[in-house]
Design a binder for this molecule. Structure first.
Ligand code: NAD
Length: 243
């Protein structure tokens, strides 16, 4: 097996074809809301209702969304690679649930998840489906501080230790549908390179970090990712080819 340990990083672009808007585009979420109103810790003190309402809307929007061929291909890769003695660590910046709906396992949601709610007082998380509101009470400790389980700008992403150790062991790093401007995720390719892993980015057009990758494959993720997975599984992927 050429690439025993694989790390996959996914961003908003992998879910775009499932009907979940990306952040940075003309119709993207940041064109509708200002980051400082809904995605920084201070916003929770300034206008908590606006913050809760924003994530309630995103959570409701997940209900009818289904994974596309790119999510499903990654599940297939994870299953097949494990049967062959390898590993596929799936790290997502996405807060949607499409990797779970595609039945991938142990997905690392480094920026949190819409279908989870968090008590910053006792640090417990709970699966969550409905709408949240300021003052919602934690079922574990009773504090009225429950908030969406989302990592805001300026907060530490989740599971950085596990991600870093997976990156340090990987022989292939793949980044799919991410603009490469949000750190620390945008720096993962450099960690992978430092251990001589082969790296490939998938996007519609080259991302901000394209120069750090060995290779770029451009087009819709629902097409490029299944083709790539197929070539890996057949053993026909050539890291030296142009695309
Ligand atoms: P981004 O919105 O900044 O960039 C999305 C990238 O995907 C762009 O580079 C775009 O060219 C590419 N893209 C769009 N459609 C594509 C397709 N069909 N195939 C391949 N690539 C495609 O997203 P990001 O880099 O993930 O941004 C960071 C933050 O946005 C993350 O922290 C994440 O939490 C958040 N976010 C998540 C969701 C979600 O959960 N689905 C949606 C929007 C934003």
């Amino acid at each position: 097996m050429d690439f025993k340990h694989i790390v996959v990083l996914t961003g908003a672009g992998i879910s775009a074809e499932s009907g979940i808007p990306v952040f940075r585009s003309e119709t993207g979420l940041w064109e509708q809301e200002r980051i400082e109103d809904v995605c920084v810790p201070e916003a929770l003190y300034r206008n908590p209702k606006k913050v809760h309402d924003f994530y309630n809307k995103l959570r409701r929007n997940l209900k009818d969304k289904v994974p596309n061929a790119a999510h499903l291909a990654l599940t297939r890769l994870q299953e097949e690679w494990e049967k062959r003695g390898g590993t596929v660590t799936l790290v997502t910046q996405n807060v949607d649930d499409l990797h779970e709906k595609a039945l991938s396992h142990d997905v690392i949601h480094m920026h949190g998840a819409l279908r989870s709610i968090w008590c910053p007082r006792c640090d417990k998380r709970f699966p969550f489906e409905g709408d949240s509101a300021p003052g919602d009470v934690c079922p574990a400790c009773g504090a009225p501080d429950l908030r969406p389980d989302i990592v805001f700008f300026g907060e530490m992403p989740y599971s950085m230790g596990s991600i870093e150790s997976a990156l340090r062991q990987c022989s292939l790093f793949i980044s799919i549908g991410t603009s490469g401007v949000v750190y620390p995720a945008a720096g993962f390719v450099q960690v992978a390179r430092s251990v001589k892993a082969h790296s490939v980015e998938f996007n519609l057009t080259p991302s901000a970090t394209v120069s750090a990758f060995d290779k770029g494959i451009y087009g819709k993720a629902s097409q490029t990712v299944p083709e790539f997975v197929e070539s890996l599984l057949k053993g026909s992927y050539d890291p030296r080819s142009e695309n």
